[in-house]
Write a protein that binds this ligand. Structure first.
Ligand code: MG
Length: 298
C-alpha cells in the first residue's frame, strides 16, 4: 500500500473537500475533518491540515495537490515509520581510494529508539570520527548488527571480473541484512536501505543469489534522517572504515587520506615509489583514476 501525506493550508483543504465531496464517507475518528473513498484510494483530511492519501492509487489522487512531484521515495513509507521497529543498512568507503567498502546493518526495535536518541545517535555525516568511534560499541552492545568489510584485494578481484560497485554494494547490503535477520526471533516490521540504487536495480544486482531479503524492504535517500536504525548503521559502517584506515596507515607508516582527491594521488605516488605497485594495489581501489595519476607523479 502506498501512503502520501500532504500538509495543506486552508485553501488546499477546501479544494480537496470540494473535489472529493461526491465520494465522502463517514469518519468519526478524532481530529478528522473530512474523509472520502475513491477507486483505490482513501483520503483522510485532519483538522491539523495533514491530508493522508492511502491505497494503490494514492499518488495518482494526491498528485494534483502536491507542490513537489512524488519523486522522493520516502513518501511511499508507511506513516509513523520513524517509530517502527526497523532493520536499517548503510555503506561507506565507496568513494575512497584507500580503505574498504564497508556496509553495516542494525536492528532497532521501537523500544530501543529512546535509548539511541539519548546516546546521540544521528546521521554519521553530522558526527566527528571520535564521536562515532565512541558510539559504535554502545550501539553494538544495544542492537543486533552486522558490519561487513570488503577489503581491496577482494574488491579488485571482483572489479576485474566485471562487478560494478553497485553490485558489490547490493550483495553486501543483502548479506548484512540476512545476517542480522538470522539473529532475530522474528522478521522485522520493516527494512530500510539507504538508497544507492532504485529498488528495481537493487534486486537486479541480486539476481541468482540465494537468501535474498525482499519482504518489507524500503528504499529512501537520506534514510539516516528517516529512521535511527539507518543512522546507527551509518555510524557502525563509518567507525569500521575509520578503524581500518588507521590499521592501514600503521602498515604504511603515515596517515592515509580519505576520499580520492589530489592529496590521495600524492600519497599513492609516495607508496608506489617506496613499496611498489603490488602493495599499493592491496590497499586501494585499483581502477580509480588515482592509480594513473600516481604513476604520472612518480
Ligand atoms: Mg548511504
Amino acid at each position: 500500500m502506498t501512503n502520501v501525506v500532504l500538509t495543506c493550508d486552508n485553501t488546499l483543504c477546501e479544494k480537496i473537500i470540494t473535489t472529493f465531496t461526491p465520494y465522502k464517507i463517514e469518519n468519526k475518528a478524532p481530529g478528522v475533518r473530512f474523509s472520502a473513498k475513491v477507486d483505490g484510494c482513501t483520503i483522510t483530511l485532519y483538522r491539523s491540515g495533514k491530508c493522508l492519501f492511502q491505497g494503490a492509487n494514492a499518488e495518482h489522487y494526491a498528485k494534483p495537490y502536491m507542490t513537489t512531484p512524488p519523486s522522493k521515495p520516502n513518501t511511499t513509507l508507511p506513516t509513523n515509520f520513524s517509530s517502527f521497529s526497523v532493520l536499517g543498512s548503510d555503506e561507506t568507503g565507496t568513494g575512497d581510494y584507500f580503505g574498504p567498502v564497508t556496509v553495516a546493518a542494525v536492528y532497532v526495535s521501537k523500544e530501543q529508539i529512546p535509548l539511541l536518541q539519548t546516546l546521540g545517535v544521528k546521521d554519521s555525516k553530522l558526527l566527528k570520527d571520535d564521536t562515532m568511534l565512541a558510539l559504535a560499541p554502545l550501539i553494538k552492545a544495544a542492537c543486533p548488527h552486522k558490519v561487513l568489510l570488503l577489503k581491496n584485494p577482494k574488491y579488485n578481484t571482483l572489479q576485474a571480473k566485471g562487478f560494478s560497485q553497485g553490485k558489490m554494494k547490493g550483495w553486501m547490503h543483502n548479506q548484512a541484512l540476512r545476517l542480522v535477520i538470522d539473529q532475530l526471533d522474528h522478521y522485522p516490521q520493516a527494512i530500510l536501505i539507504d538508497q544507492f540504487a532504485t529498488k528495481d536495480v537493487y534486486f537486479n544486482y541480486l539476481k541468482g543469489r540465494k537468501d535474498i531479503v525482499h519482504e518489507r524492504v524500503y528504499f529512501a535517500t537520506k534514510a539516516e534522517q528517516i529512521h535511527l536504525s539507518v543512522a546507527a548503521a551509518s555510524i557502525l559502517a563509518r567507525a569500521a572504515f575509520v578503524k581500518e584506515m588507521e590499521t592501514l596507515s600503521k602498515t604504511v607508516g603515515y596517515p592515509l587520506p580519505k576520499g580520492a582527491g589530489h592529496k590521495v594521488d600524492e600519497v599513492a605516488a609516495r607508496i608506489l615509489r617506496t613499496r611498489g605497485e603490488e602493495f599499493l594495489q592491496s590497499i586501494t581501489k585499483w581502477h580509480f583514476a588515482n592509480t594513473n595519476k600516481a604513476r604520472k607523479l612518480c
